[in-house]
Write a protein that binds this ligand. Structure first.
Ligand code: FBP
Length: 245
């Protein structure tokens, strides 16, 4: 059995899009989780993010890449105020091989109290089992005019810290004026950049270099890898940037 030690820095490959966005994010090549599992292995990413359905059918300890099991989910079909509720327990995630668990909080939503409460319980349980907790911290909903404003991203970082998250995953802010402030707001919580919709390689690399320079610990990218024509090369480049910055 291969070792799957969880690293709190580097590059995580996200693949929960079938639920969050629908199969529209996929093509014939990447619609099967087998594709990203194979990619994660070949590229030796630091972790792979799956939902429980894909994990149950495709993940096992022989994969050799640590698993982050995302515990809440929503579809984009329902509309309205964002609410993503827990669909997998910490215990089940561990049984599926998870080395860490993840959960999205939409602070600012009419339903933030539901997500904060669920996250609070997950944080306590995961830490009792000794595994890290990652918050996808995406402020969104009726009170949020610009979810990429630097002050909103900094607020998202602080929410994760105050909730006891070990790692926070944040959107790229619409300007880079406060990246250091974002990292300070997260305090001891490690900060990871989320990828967003696909951009050309040089734009992605510039963003990654900028955030790592500001003190981010890594990136947790989905579409910018699995939708790329050369995903292995993209991961290699990002790894080099993360290592050398
Ligand atoms: P990407 O790198 O493809 O943006 O993935 C990161 C992620 O957080 C996924 O885990 C998730 O499915 C997606 O973004 C959600 O994005 P949004 O809520 O903005 O549609």
């Amino acid at each position: 059995m291969k070792k799957t030690k969880f690293k709190m820095s580097g590059i995580y490959l996200a693949y929960d899009h079938g639920m969050e966005h629908g199969p529209t994010d996929f093509n014939d090549r990447n619609i099967s989780p087998a594709f990203v599992i194979d990619l994660a292995k070949k590229a030796e990413v630091d972790a792979l993010v799956l939902l429980k359905g894909a994990a149950r059918k495709y993940y096992n300890n022989h994969v050799g890449v640590p698993l982050i099991l995302k515990l809440n989910q929503k579809t984009k079909l329902c509309g309205g105020e964002p609410l993503s509720t827990q669909t997998c327990s910490v215990k089940e995630a561990i049984a599926l091989g998870a080395a860490a668990v993840g959960y999205t909080v939409y602070a600012g939503s009419r339903y933030e109290h539901v997500m904060l409460k669920e996250f609070g319980k997950i944080e306590e349980e995961a830490h009792k089992y000794g595994i890290p907790v990652i918050m996808w911290s995406y402020p969104r909903g009726r009170t949020i005019n610009d979810d990429e404003a630097p002050d909103i991203i900094a607020y998202a970082a602080r929410v994760a810290f105050e909730m006891g998250a070990d790692i926070v995953k944040l959107k790229y802010p619409n300007n880079d004026s406060k990246l250091n402030w974002v990292v300070k707001a997260a305090d001891t919580t490690k900060v990871f950049l989320s990828g967003g919709s696909i951009v050309d390689g040089s734009t992605l690399e510039a963003r990654v270099s900028q955030v790592i320079g500001a003190g981010f610990s890594g990136v947790a990218v989905g579409r910018n890898i699995f939708q790329s024509d050369n995903p292995l090369e993209r991961i290699k480049r990002l790894k080099e940037i993360i290592k050398s910055t």
